[in-house]
Design a protein around this ligand. Structure first.
Ligand code: DQA
Length: 152
């Protein structure tokens, strides 16, 4: 049962391969490491993480639609390469009314030009980019700070 204390952390394509995938860019951190790191960050704020990973654009859109009906606290999303291609994920995120933080392990602005544009950035609360695994805990801190500001 989803609760108002839950943050949904969505990871997109190829992020299930972290640990093996381009370690020179992404390091040896696995998705399981990231999920444990997120959960610890959420607990420090009295929040809880739920996790969803898919390599399928439609499945990510369906998960965002479900999130719009659940009573979530917020969302953290690393949409991987769909960040740079998906108007459909952008349109799904625009439905949400809770804080949403887009996050990336790498500094996409320091990489190829096609990674410099995010279709998602314009509809999320904010973006955290380039801090490796810490991008995720910073994103959770940002969701918690936004919630605290909203309720003050
Ligand atoms: C990424 C950056 C994207 O450009 C890339 O396609 C990814 C990972 C990151 O976390 O740094 O899959 O989102």
């Amino acid at each position: 049962m989803v609760s108002r204390k839950d943050i949904l952390v969505i990871n997109g394509p190829n992020l299930n391969m972290l640990g093996k995938r381009e370690p020179g860019i992404y390091g040896t951190t696995t998705l399981a490491d990231i999920e444990a790191h997120c959960q610890a960050a959420a607990k420090a704020h009295g929040l809880n993480c739920r996790f969803f990973q898919s390599n399928n654009e439609a499945a990510i859109i369906d998960a965002i639609h479900q999130a719009s009906q659940d009573n979530l606290a917020g969302m953290v999303i690393n949409a991987g390469a769909f960040t740079h291609t998906s108007i459909a994920i952008r349109d799904a995120l625009a439905i949400l009314s809770v804080p949403v933080v887009e996050t990336h392990l790498s500094n996409t602005y320091a990489r190829e030009e096609f990674r410099h544009h995010s279709y998602l950035a314009g509809v999320v609360t904010g973006v955290i980019n380039g801090f490796g695994i810490h991008s995720y805990s910073l994103a959770i801190d940002a969701v918690a700070a936004t919630l605290a500001k909203e309720s003050s």
